[in-house]
Design a protein around this ligand. Structure first.
Ligand code: AHM
Ligand code: MG
Length: 330
């Protein structure tokens, strides 16, 4: 019995039982995100076969409008969450404003932020992509947006799903990070990576070095230092898919950076609410660090749904070194 695989559902129920006050609402939301992830995973896997890729306007053989996978994923997330009646406010990378919810959801006690399918430039070329999400408790306010513009440190839960050589669901509720791999034969996520801890330092650095000439001196000097590190030889890895780059570095150790530059990404490229904050909560829970170069990501007070932030996260050593270099070359 003790060797029986632990499904995500069972794991979540056991976690819920640890909280006497829990009434199950939170578990329902997580279950529904996992359900949407399975559907997205199915579509991602067959994307090449059914030619689902292409513009939103294109039509399939039945004359039906085809959807891009990122819009499809967005709808799946909303369709999974809204009927629960538990989610009072939602924001997504794919939707400019607050997502309208049904009347019964107005009674909900939670707010959810998500990037339904991150790394969309990789969809057409069969490279790993992912879903990122974060869950907050609703705040008392007339304006539902206030429930979404909370600091990352208020997150109750954050997670991501990676659609790679296998599909994995990784999440934390502030009590360690656990990973579950989808067993397609039973359609269940099974516990495969218990209590994930990021190594204190790694050998991987992930940054889009094509931006080198547009970085501040401190960033350039940091990358030079990493490349010529006195104690070990680092290697560069850049998939261009945050979930995939982050997932690898979480398991192996190292640093991921999307910094500010003087031209295209004046405030970085990644979004605070549904990219930087959930990943930062996860990395801290795994023993790593996350910063924008000036402050802890989880301490930033968001001011708009889609604001961007420089994001540097990973093993403690490499992130602390980054801060040293930034301070030295102000
Ligand atoms: P997206 O939200 O439009 O998919 O863009 C975010 C992605 C991240 O997954 C990745 O880290 C980054 O963009 C890659 O950027 P670049 O194209 O500069 O390599
Ligand atoms: Mg994105």
């Amino acid at each position: 019995m003790s060797n029986a695989p632990v499904s995500l559902s069972r794991f979540m129920l056991e976690e819920e039982r640890k909280h006497k006050e829990a009434v199950g609402d939170f578990t329902i939301i997580l279950e529904q995100i996992a359900f949407a992830a399975k559907i997205i995973s199915r579509e991602v896997n067959k994307a090449g076969l059914v030619n689902i890729l292409g513009s939103t306007e294109s039509h399939n053989v039945h004359g039906e409008t085809q959807q891009k996978l990122d819009l499809f994923s967005n709808e799946e997330m909303i369709k999974a969450l809204d009927p629960t009646g538990k989610v009072y406010a939602m924001a997504s990378e794919e939707v400019d404003e607050l997502i309208p919810v049904s009347d019964k959801s107005l009674e909900g006690k939670y707010a959810v932020v998500f990037d339904p399918l991150d790394g969309s430039s990789n969809i057409d070329v069969n490279v790993s992509i992912g879903t990122i999400f974060g869950i907050y408790k609703k705040v008392e306010s007339q304006n539902p947006v206030d429930s979404l513009l909370q600091k990352g440190k208020e997150l109750l839960c954050a997670g991501y799903v990676i659609y790679g050589s296998s599909t994995m669901f990784v999440y934390t509720t502030g009590n360690g990070v656990n990973g579950f791999t989808l067993d397609p034969s039973v359609g269940e996520f099974l516990l495969s990576h218990q209590d994930i801890k990021i190594p204190e330092y790694g050998k991987i650095y992930s940054i889009n070095e094509s931006n080198y000439d547009r970085w501040a001196k401190g960033i350039q000097e940091y990358v030079k230092f990493i490349k010529n590190h006195p104690d070990r030889q680092y290697t560069a890895r850049w998939i261009g898919s945050l979930v995939a780059d982050f997932h690898r570095n979480l398991l192996k150790g190292g640093v991921f950076l999307y910094t500010e530059d003087s031209k295209k990404n004046k405030n970085g490229k990644l979004r605070l609410l549904y990219e930087a904050n959930p990943m930062s909560f996860i990395v801290e829970q795994a023993g790593g660090l996350s910063t924008n170069g000036q402050m802890r990501i989880l301490d930033i007070k968001p001011t708009s749904l889609h604001e961007k932030t420089p994001l540097i996260l990973g093993s403690k050593y490499e992130v602390e070194k980054y801060l040293e270099f930034r301070e030295k070359y102000v």
